[in-house]
Ligand binder design. Sequence first.
Ligand code: AQP
Length: 335
Amino acid sequence: QQRIFSGIQPSGGLTLGNYLGALKRFAEKQDEGIETVYCLVDMHAITVWQDPTGLRQQTREAAAAFIASGVDPKRSILFNQSQVSAHAELAWIFNCVARMGWMGRMTQWKDKTAGKNTENASLGLFAYPALMAADILAYKATHVPVGDDQKQHLELCRDIATKFNNDFGVDFFPITEPMIEGVATRVMSLRDGSKKMSKSDPSDQSRINLTDDGDMIAKKIKKAKTDAEPLPSELDGLADRPEARNLVNIYAALAGISAEQVLTDHGGAQFGSFKPALAELAVSVMSPITTEMNRLMQDPAEIDRILGDGALRANAIARPIVDEVYDIVGMIRSR
Ligand code: AQP
């Protein structure tokens, strides 16, 4: 029996990268009839400073983005992490299973502290992957759809599950499989083809936000960094052209076709004509989502109700699993 878990940090407005790499696929997995548990990981978000009012707003906005992207809170479980205490409880156990060396090798930790004094980084940022493993394993999830950037954290989750099973001589946690699929596993910045499109990038021009209107989307695509060559007609021709490759991949993901097909259709075109075609496609796909998000955001109490209902259903799965972990570890449960 497959069970999918995945999450998104409400650490800012969501981007086209989050949509293509995560949200769109979350809805597809649900539509394939697999049991799906989706989480707004607010406890992950506070590993870097979040203004409390902003965090609440971003969490509701991210919930609206999930629903507007096709995640149906009746068919999927949709909730925010801090409402289900099993995540924090299991994370502590995993903090005691995982090793400092494992965490220190995580590229996200290195990237987020690059050029900074790690003395001042939060302990939570360092331990982030143990909480992520707890998110997944509190549901004994078998599969996790993620973007390419999360591959290393998924490997660490597998290491934690394996070590827990070995340390306690049990076959308790599954060895979860990452699902990194499609042409948009890593959508890159519009300003720099070597950097991931990210909600925390200081430049708003580097990303398309799910709240951007059509004019803004078109303007950002028009200004996107490119080279001066026309598009090639075969994939090989994109090898040393990261910015061009990124726009082709975005087109392919939005249109639901392969990158090869995009080049068959647009090979030889200059960016002066390809960019407007991409902008038109992006606006036609993203505008209905933005409109629906705005509609949902009119009723924050309804969003909170949906998250509360999801939390109850999530807790019903996670609570017995974490209670069993306490038994395995040797903790007295007399209640
Ligand atoms: N650029 C991207 N391309 C494809 N997938 C992406 N994801 C994020 N950016 C891209 C996928 O979205 C899911 C949620 O990610 P997250 O919000 O938990 O954190 P992140 O990966 O660190 O995303 P950001 O936007 O870069 O956030 P910040 O800036 O706060 O660190 C994951 O499945 C991720 O792979």
